[in-house]
Design a protein around this ligand. Structure first.
Ligand code: ZN
Length: 163
């Protein structure tokens, strides 16, 4: 029988983490915020779930995750020039700005990469697509998910949805 505090499918897992890129620059971190809580078995990127599988509370580790196991490679088809008129009402558009775009797949954050007089080129790839991810992780909580949490597909209570 599996240990109650070992990470496996349908456990509610709480971790602290720090994400850096190849150059050691910090891209994201739970430091100074709530730790990350999720339901194991599809809640995180595949490389991270794999690294966490079988771990227990108190374990600390480092893992390097290639883009294929992270946010995927950049898709060149997701970089598109759109008419500037789509940005009606916005006086100043500059590279690096981010907008919510409506797409057939729902709302998506796009990043402006180039601005021409009549068109704006936007990149709809995930900001971490194509990036090799270096994580420092510590496991701070493992518990069974309730039947209700499994039915809803998200965590309730601390670190989760309040309803
Ligand atoms: Zn719910």
């Amino acid at each position: 029988m599996a240990d109650e505090t070992t990470i496996e499918k349908d456990k509610v897992v709480t971790i602290n983490y720090k994400l850096t890129d190849d150059g050691g620059q910090v891209l994201d971190s739970s430091e100074g915020r709530e730790p990350l809580t999720y339901i194991h078995g599809g809640g995180l990127i595949p490389g991270m779930e794999q690294a966490l599988e079988g771990r227990a509370i108190g374990e600390e580790f480092q893992v390097t995750i290639p883009p294929e196991q992270g946010y995927g490679q950049k898709d060149p088809n997701m970089v598109q020039a759109v008419p500037r008129t789509n940005f009606g009402g916005i006086a100043q558009i500059e590279p690096g700005m981010q907008f919510q775009a409506r797409t057939p797949d729902g709302a998506r954050v796009v990043t402006v990469v180039d601005v021409a007089p009549d068109t704006v080129t936007v990149d709809a790839n995930h900001p971490l697509a194509g990036v090799t991810l270096h994580f420092d992780v510590s496991v701070v909580g493992v518990r069974d998910a309730s039947p209700e949490e499994l039915a809803h597909g998200h965590v309730h209570g601390s670190g989760g949805v309040q309803h």
